[in-house]
Structures are given as C-alpha cells and as structure tokens.
Write a protein that binds this ligand. Structure first.
Ligand code: GLU
Length: 467
C-alpha cells in the first residue's frame, strides 16, 4: 500500500510553527515510505479565509522546502462533491434534516447543564422531524447509538470513545454549506489519505469522522495526533511568546533547514542526536516515536541550531540566504565583496543572517558614524600618523590578499615600534566604524583596496578634527 499524507491548513492566518511541524511530520512520513504528500487548503469558512493567508501558507511551505506531490487543493472547489455526499448520506438513511430552532437548542442545553449532563443534541429530529415551513433545516449525521469507536493512534496509543458520548453532528448548515467534519472526511476519502497526521486539538473530531467514513464505506486511515507546542511558561505557544510565524523566522535571519531541524526535534528524538540533515530526518523519522506529551518551544536552542547550520552548511548556500537579507537592508550585494567570502569570515561570530547582514554592511556601504566608545578608546592624537603610514603601505600593495595585508600590518607596527593592537584596532575602526570585525587581514581583503584607502583617509581627517 502506498502511503498518502496531507497537510490541511485553514487559511485564516500565517503558517505558524505548530502547523509547520505538523506539515513536516506528514512530509517526512510520506518521504520515508516513498509515498505522496498532499497540500489541501481548507478554505470553506468563507468569512475567515483570505487569499493573503493562502499566499502566506504557500510561501511558508516553499521557504521551508516542504514540497508537495499534489495540490494545493482548495475545498471551496469541492462543494459539488460535498453536496453529493450529503445527499448520499440522506438517501441511505445516515443523515437527517433537523428543524430545531436556536432557542430550542439553547433550552435543551440549559436543561442538560442544570441536570449536570454533558450538553449534546438529543436527536429529537432523528426519527420524526417536524417539518417547519420557512425554516431551512440543518442536516445531521446519524451517529451510531451503540458500540464504540476505537482509534489506534500512532502517537497517543489506543483511544476508545463510546458512541453514546457522541451526538448527531451537523454536516450541512441551513444554507446547505458543508461543515468542517464533513469536508475533511470527504477529501480524506477521495484523496485516499492513508495517514491523517494533525494537531491533537482535532482528536475529539476523529471518532465522529470515523463514523462518517464508515457510513460511506470508506477505508479508514491511520491517525497520528501530534501534541501541541507550549511556550516557556507552559501555556500554549502564541504570539506573546515571540515569533510564531514561519516567515518571521526567515525575516529574523534563520535558515529554513535550521528551523526544520528544530521542529523535528520538538517532540521527536533519535537518541541524543541534535543535528539532522533532511536525508537523515527522512531515514530516521518515525511517527511512533513522537512524544505523547506536549513540547516546549525553546528559542535559545533554535538560535544555537541556526548558528550550527550557518557554520557547517556550504558557504554558497548560506550566501544565497544572506543575499536576501543584504538586499533587505537596501544594499546591492554586487556593490562589495563576494558573499561567500563574507559568510566564511563572519559565520563563527554571527548567529543569525540578520546579525551577519548588519555586521557586513560596511563591506558594501559607507557607515554613517564611528562607534563612540571605540573612537574614545582608540583614536588618539597621533593615531592619524599610524593610519597615514598604513595608507602609504596599502597603496603600494600589488596583490590585495589577506596574507600580504597581514604582513603590511605587522611590518607597520614593527616600524612604528607599536604593539600590533595599537595599529590593528584603529585600522579596524577606520575601515568598519566599529571595534569588532573578522580578523583584520580577512576584513581588509574583503573590503578591497579602494574602500580601504578611502576610509583611511576619512579616518585621518576625522582624527585631525578631534584634536
Ligand atoms: N483545517 C484544520 C486546521 O487547520 C486541519 C484539519 C485536519 O488536519 O484534519 O486546523
């Protein structure tokens, strides 16, 4: 049997990390078994669904690299099919029209609550509905009255629900539009989904969906309900804990594979291994090993992982992502050194691409002001002479290479009888505006002769004006 999984987001917001993790687990399960992964947009809630959210979800999936083999399918394109299935259920006696008014249902609820019973529809229209003129009836599914539904959840283990706990679910509203549980069932059946992997906030829907699938004579999928993600305070992860949107992580300078690696470890483990390439994830991932309990989102760990990926990925790959961030700063990456060199120089010291882009800005653009503290500490009377000497030496360099530039700095220090720091640090501030940069020779090599000489001149002038 070939495996088919799906990710079925409702387009009512951006793609958040919880959704992304569910998508990742579904994707991994399909990939691992050579199966198919489907993207299905559950957009039947016309009031809450927006094209903007659809775009955000597609963008998030694309950025993460979670390729789907089929879709995106849109439930709003399937209304005919849902109508046909609702009719089929009516025809075969598995559904019925219910004319109960809001007030009636409210009254029922109040009585049940007063009697300390679980509020549920009592099925009063099930056998003989009183047809009411002018009332558009809803359609309810005839849930079996006896027996139980047994779910062998791949994550949660066995879940048993007695049918008498389940009331007759509305499958079509008064206006004829299908409800969530109906549309999911029809699509899962039509798309021959073998594994429904989703958040455990849906676990209560599952026995109801199974009963409808049974009534339709459909083959039942396996279910895997993934526990939720908590914030550091133990509450369900939400905006107030920080970034929850996948694209926010792009904007904050994370590599997609770092986020994927982080998400796969959130509730799943393989020994104490922390770093997984995508291939390793595919090979090692097992739904059955997903934790039963909720996991806590740990921003520090994600940051650590991101740094690992920045340091250990192909610099060309990191450079492609850095290019986007450099562009975001309004800088043309062609106006300075090749980004691959910049990545190699910066990746030990920068944990995010945003940090790296900011710290590399001076390679491409003149900086506005010198760092005040750095100036106070390093630009003294006489420093202009040191920089002047460097200017002269650099102007004479034929091959602008790190090793040779290193020699020049050393020789200048020797010649001026200064220790290296007294030369290298003012030089660093002169060319970068700050007291922190990669090794001075690498920095000079990347910056290039022209910018180096210009900036030395600018610093010399500046120091003269100070004193
Ligand atoms: N559309 C549902 C949601 O976004 C998911 C339904 C499912 O996976 O079965 O929560």
């Amino acid at each position: 049997m070939s495996i088919i999984t799906r990710f079925a987001p409702s387009p009512t917001g951006y793609l958040h990390v919880g959704g992304a993790r569910t998508a990742l687990f579904s994707w991994l399960h399909a990939r691992k078994h050579g199966g198919k992964f489907i993207l299905r947009i559950e957009d039947t809630d016309l009031e809450r669904s927006t094209q903007e959210s659809v775009d955000a979800i597609l963008q998030g999936m694309n950025w993460l690299g979670l390729e789907y083999d089929a879709g995106p399918f849109y439930q709003t394109h399937h209304f005919e099919r849902y109508r046909a299935i609702i009719q089929q259920l009516l025809d075969q006696g598995d559904a019925y029209r219910c004319y109960c008014s809001k007030e009636e249902l409210e009254e029922l609820r109040t009585t049940q609550m007063a009697n300390k019973e679980k509020p549920r529809y009592d099925g009063r229209c099930r056998e003989h509905a009183v047809v009411r003129e002018g009332v558009q009836p809803v359609i309810r599914f005839k849930n079996p009255l006896d027996g139980e539904v047994v779910i062998n959840d791949l994550v949660k283990g066995q879940i048993v629900v007695a049918n008498k706990e389940l009331d007759d679910l509305i499958i079509a509203r008064g206006d004829g539009s299908p409800t969530y549980n109906l549309t999911v069932v029809v699509d899962d059946m039509d798309m021959q989904v073998t594994h429904v992997i989703r958040g455990d906030d849906h676990v209560n829907n599952t026995p109801r969906q199974i009963n409808i699938l049974r009534a339709l004579g459909a083959k039942l999928p396996e279910y895997a309900h993934v526990p939720m993600i908590l914030g550091s305070d133990g509450a369900r992860l939400s905006k107030r804990h920080g970034a929850v949107s996948v694209m926010q992580y792009r904007d904050d300078g994370y590599l997609p594979e770092a986020l994927l690696n982080y998400l796969v470890r959130l509730g799943w483990s393989h020994g104490d291994q922390e770093l997984f390439s995508l291939d390793e994830m595919v090979a090692l991932f097992e739904l059955e090993k997903v934790n039963v309990s909720a996991s806590t989102f740990n921003t520090e760990k994600l940051l650590w992982l991101n740094h690992q990926y920045m340091m250990n990925s192909e610099p060309e790959h990191v450079a492609r992502h850095l290019s986007w961030h450099i562009g975001n700063l309004g800088i043309d990456p062609a106006s300075g050194p090749d980004l691959v060199g910049v990545v190699k120089a910066q990746r030990e010291r920068c944990k995010t691409l945003v940090e790296m882009a900011a710290a590399s800005r001076f390679f491409y653009q003149e900086f506005d002001d010198y760092d005040e503290k750095a100036v106070a500490k390093n630009f003294k009377a006489g420093t202009e002479q040191v920089l002047g000497e460097l200017h002269e030496q650099f102007a004479a360099v034929v091959d602008w290479e790190a090793e040779i530039l290193h020699e020049v700095v050393l020789k200048t220090a020797e010649h001026l009888q200064l220790n290296l720091g007294k030369v290298a640090q003012p030089l660093r501030i002169a060319i970068s505006g700050t007291a922190v940069s990669p090794a001075i020779d690498v920095t000079l090599a990347l910056l290039g002769r022209e910018k180096t000489l210009q900036r030395l001149q600018r610093a010399i002038k500046y120091i003269k004006n100070l004193n």
